[in-house]
Design a protein around this ligand. Structure first.
Ligand code: NAD
Ligand code: ZN
Ligand code: ZN
Length: 337
């Protein structure tokens, strides 16, 4: 099979011919049709974060395909089923987090394209229980970005408890942000989109944002405070300065949801007096669970969301990464395998 492999951090990915993996007990083999390129894959390939993957590895965690082979003991899914392979490659299933629906916090979890090989390949093996069903009303191409960018921002809106008529500021209108705008609207929020590129802001307006702010040419804190401040700010740009702006754009009672993952261990300094007097919260949010993904697919099947895609082939992986990093992609690159 063909796969894009990270051989060492900061080096271009290598397209390699590798043997098709065998599904072990409780696993399935999936023939990948489409795989999205998340900015997390770029962080992975650069070894940006304190917990690093071990090269060589295959990135990718927005993979959609059909089950081709079952490992021992697998009851579901069945051969031929269309499934999504997300960041959460597996979790233990019996810790307090797993039992409580917070499998995304499981300390035994494996992550696709990070601690186990991911979906930038013709085939991948995954724990059967984490091969999430894709319903008929969602195309495989659209399902790819929904599998991380979608579920992550859906969950961010959910944990922020966005109520109708609240103001939601979305910082960073890329792969995640273009969907965050839509989930914030679905929750009934008024949306302020913040990015450093005018074309991303034009896209946000088309997707329903009520206001836009270019953080390169205007101060987003002043602009958002002039609109009354944000009840919720969702930080999706991997820049500590943007997190700081997101916190300072909150009004009293506001909630900052931290989603982007800046390199190293980015630090956010919270003014304690303002946070206490203003009753403000800071929430970390990591992807979403399998039920959240089912919700995301259901909303899309019902025509409530739109996914904006740049189509690429896997052998264009390095130029695609360069295009994402330099902001030349409207929202999400999806590789067709
Ligand atoms: P992306 O590159 O598609 O989008 C980032 C956007 O931020 C771009 O539109 C860019 O123009 C904009 N931006 C950059 N600097 C900015 C600034 N200073 N102010 C405002 N906007 C700015 O990336 P993505 O795939 O959407 O991922 C975003 C981040 O979220 C990454 O760090 C990724 O690793 C992380 N992520 C986190 C989770 C999670 O579960 N917490 C899940 C997926 C991705
Ligand atoms: Zn991702
Ligand atoms: Zn667990």
């Amino acid at each position: 099979m063909q796969a894009a492999v990270v051989k060492e951090f900061h080096a271009p990915l290598e397209i390699q011919e590798l043997p098709i993996p065998e599904p072990g007990p409780g696993q399935v083999l999936v023939r990948i049709e489409f795989s999205g390129l998340c900015h997390t894959d770029i962080h992975a390939a650069n070894g940006d974060w304190p917990a690093k993957p071990t090269p060589p590895f295959i990135p990718g965690h927005e993979g959609i395909g059909r089950v081709e082979k079952l490992g021992a003991g697998v009851i579901a899914p069945a051969i031929g089923d269309r499934v999504a392979i997300a960041w959460l490659g597996s979790a233990c299933g019996h810790c307090r987090y797993c039992i409580d629906g917070w499998e995304t916090l499981c300390e035994q979890q494996q992550n696709s394209g990070y601690s186990v090989d991911g979906t930038f390949a013709d085939y991948v093996v995954v724990a059967a229980a984490f091969a999430c069903p894709v319903p008929d009303g969602v195309s495989s191409r659209d399902a790819a970005p929904l599998t991380c960018a979608g579920v992550t921002t859906y969950k961010a809106v959910k944990v922020a408890k966005v109520a109708p008529a609240e103001t939601v500021a979305v910082f960073g209108i890329g792969g995640l942000g273009h969907l965050a705008v839509q989930y914030a609207r679905i929750a009934g929020g008024f949306v302020i989109a913040v990015d450093i590129q005018d074309d991303k802001l034009a896209m946000a307006t088309e997707l329903g944002a009520d206001h836009v702010v270019n953080a390169r040419t205007a101060d987003p804190v002043a602009a958002i405070q002039a609109l009354g401040g944000a009840d919720v700010a969702i930080a999706l740009a991997a820049s500590p300065a943007s997190f700081d702006q997101a916190f300072r754009s909150l009004r009293r009672g506001g909630r900052l949801v931290c989603v982007a993952l800046p390199a190293d261990d980015g630090v956010l300094t919270i003014p304690i007096f303002d946070a206490v007097i203003g009753g403000k919260s800071v929430i970390g949010s990591i992807v979403g669970n399998r039920n959240d993904l089912a919700d995301v697919f259901a909303l899309h099947a019902a025509g409530r969301t739109k996914v904006i895609i740049a189509d690429r082939k896997l052998d264009q992986v390095n130029e695609s990464i360069a295009d994402v990093v330099s902001g030349r992609i409207a929202a999400r690159v999806v590789f067709q395998l």
